[in-house]
Ligand binder design. Sequence first.
Ligand code: ASP
Ligand code: MG
Length: 416
Amino acid sequence: MRVFKFGGASVKDANGVKNVLNVLKETGYSNLVVVVSAMGKTTNALEDLVALYLKEGAEFKPLIQDLEHYHKEILETLFEDKKHSVFKRVKKLFKDMQTTLKRNKSTQYDYIYDQIVSFGELISTTIISEYLNHEGLKNEWLDARNFIKTDNTYRDAQVNWETTQKKIQEKDIKNGLSITQGFIGSDDNNFTTTLGREGSDYTAGIFAYCLNADSVSIWKDVPGVLNADPRVFDKTELLSHISYEEAIELAFYGASVIHPKTIQPLQRKEIPLYVKSFLKPMNEGTSVKKGQPLDPHLPCYIVKKNQILVSLSSLDFSFIVEDMVSEIFSLLHQYQIKVDLIQNSAISFSLCLDDKFNHLDELLAKLKIKFKVTYNTGVSLFTIRHFTNEAIKSLETNKDILLKQITRETYQMVSR
Ligand code: ASP
Ligand code: MG
């Protein structure tokens, strides 16, 4: 049993979908679960749609039309027969989406988000499953919401492993080819939930874990895991092998190549993860396995943009002591703000934060009651794992550095 994951970039147009067929033909497609994300930038567009929907007086229908048009063009390239039932199925999904919006009474952003944004994956998998069937690769379309059971933390749903495992094992998925959605699940009331942006990798990990799969392959537009993000750094090299631990570290510091939660379930069952190029499916790519060292051993560069650097000092020059620190952290937890880095001195405490849910203002208001607060928004956090002096020097050139920190294997720096 294997699990594959194709991301949005790999299915952004009709050629991408055709290429999925190629990859499956080259690598074999029995005993396989294929997890697919929404096509191209669909998730972003659906996020915009939800924002407009919640804005009084805003016209959101054109956005739906654009999205429908985008998917229809892909369909028309893939299916010559315009009477093929897939056209109706996709149309129905767009209708369902509109009905959901019309009937919705909630004003809770996170909840509405999950009910709407999940359509991206439902639509993409419908198209891909039908296309593969059409091309002779008989497959079953699975609604991931019947398998991935979660709590109701919308937009960041936590998996209920016991129920999920039971649901997946109850269904005899083995043998054939199954196509399912990444990123989405459902709560106890069967409302749709999502696992966090880029969560499709995680879905692949969950299925692999529950199926005791032999491997997971993530198909990318890069040759594998590189030692730096090619969108940010000029020179990059392919890492052939990395350990689970290293992959978790890289993901934790913000390497976008693997979703941070993905590794844990795989590591627990020692299921290898391959990251490969969807354009060159027979190339080795990167393998993530137990205990393998980083090979080749290179400094790995990671950048997280749009972070916030907050510095707190006590109002009366007293030390920031343990109970204050614990209060700060409980506020961060309350406002779902992630801490990337901490540094403290006698009277000041600095934190580099990631405010995914836009709660910074609320947090600052609370902090200002007890502390003198200074902060910078829009800063970048750079990390070098396995740094060398040379690597640090070249990274620091021409940067306005606000803070840095070095531990045994990891160099971190915040700059404007
Ligand atoms: N479509 C979702 C996103 O863009 C999930 C994923 O791609 O993994 O975040
Ligand atoms: Mg995506």
